[in-house]
Design a protein around this ligand. Structure first.
Ligand SMILES: Nc1ncnc2c1ncn2[C@@H]1O[C@H](COP(=O)(O)OP(=O)(O)O)[C@@H](O)[C@H]1O
Ligand SMILES: [Mg+2]
Length: 265
């Protein structure tokens, strides 16, 4: 099995967390590969959508580590090993899935060595999994700062608004500048008809991998704070599964060769 890192990005409110949660649910249901699920949005909605608690966020871990260095309870020389260990301990595991949240950044000065080691520790951690799914924060900043160094596949999510498509396109521009080997696809969400999806597809240069319908079950699960692990088959979930099946993510196989288009299922 090859290891793959997938990031789900786009404007706020377009459905990144819902799609990540549906994908996580399907990864557990199929149980065919080991997945690391990262909630990289500081507002932290993915844990809630999955009903998984955050044991210790990566930013909390960073703050604690810096305090320990100051108190000299951690030796600088052991830092890298310690971070690997602490990071493993911070994972919330469910079946074949492990969950971790980035949390809110706190101002604790520039401890670049800790930040760099932590980034390395996350990369080392993600290599232990067949697939890593990152629910990114809204906008372009996180992609710009390369929060996770090597994203193989960027899923940009947009609803039917012009603003959402514009944000997706600008994230793609930044991503393709800093990551030349990664692949980008657009997923349209909350779509009302195939005609609407086709009309949007003609207005963007991004490859539309598929579209997800507006679905009251998604809204309901969100409103009632129910875990997406219990989400029944519904039009939106079926669409997400059909889209990700084209990419081989669920089985942990490598990227398919050739173009993946919206209407080939
Ligand atoms: N396909 C859909 N049908 C109906 N409601 C949706 C759909 N996708 C997302 N939503 C709703 O839109 C809102 C924002 O979704 P969310 O996944 O939190 O977006 P993001 O993570 O991009 O900010 C939530 O209330 C969610 O229930
Ligand atoms: Mg979100």
């Amino acid at each position: 099995m090859s290891h793959r890192v997938i990031a789900i990005a786009g404007k706020g409110g377009v459905g990144k967390t819902s799609i990540s949660a549906i994908l996580a649910g399907e990864l557990v249901k199929q149980g065919r590969c080991k997945a690391l699920i990262v909630d990289a949005d500081p507002s932290g909605g993915l844990g809630m959508a999955l009903g998984l608690s955050v044991r210790r966020s990566i930013n909390q871990l960073r703050v604690d580590t810096i305090q320990e260095i100051k108190k000299k309870t951690i030796d600088d020389r052991d830092l890298s090993k310690q971070l690997d260990f602490i990071l493993m301990d911070a994972l919330n595991e469910k079946a074949n899935l492990a969950f971790i949240a980035v949390g809110r950044p706190e101002e604790v000065g520039c401890y670049c060595s800790v930040n760099n080691l932590l980034r390395e520790a996350i990369e080392t951690l993600s290599i232990k999994f067949d697939v890593t799914v990152i629910d990114a924060e809204a906008g372009v900043e996180q992609i710009n700062r390369k929060v996770v160094g090597s994203v193989d596949h960027l899923f940009l999510v947009a609803d039917s608004s012009v603003k959402a498509i514009t944000v997706a396109e600008s994230i793609d521009t930044v991503f393709s500048r800093i990551n030349r080997s990664g692949r980008t696809d657009l997923i349209l969400n909350r779509i009302e008809s195939p005609e609407q999806a086709d009309a949007i597809a003609t207005r963007t240069h991004l490859n539309v991998l598929g579209w997800i319908p507006e679905d009251s079950t998604i809204r309901k699960y969100d409103l009632e704070e129910r875990s997406f692990f219990d989400l029944p088959a519904c039009p939106a979930a079926n669409a997400v599964i059909a889209i990700v099946e084209k990419t081989g993510i669920l089985t942990g196989i490598g990227l398919q060769a050739g173009p993946m288009t919206a209407n080939d299922t």
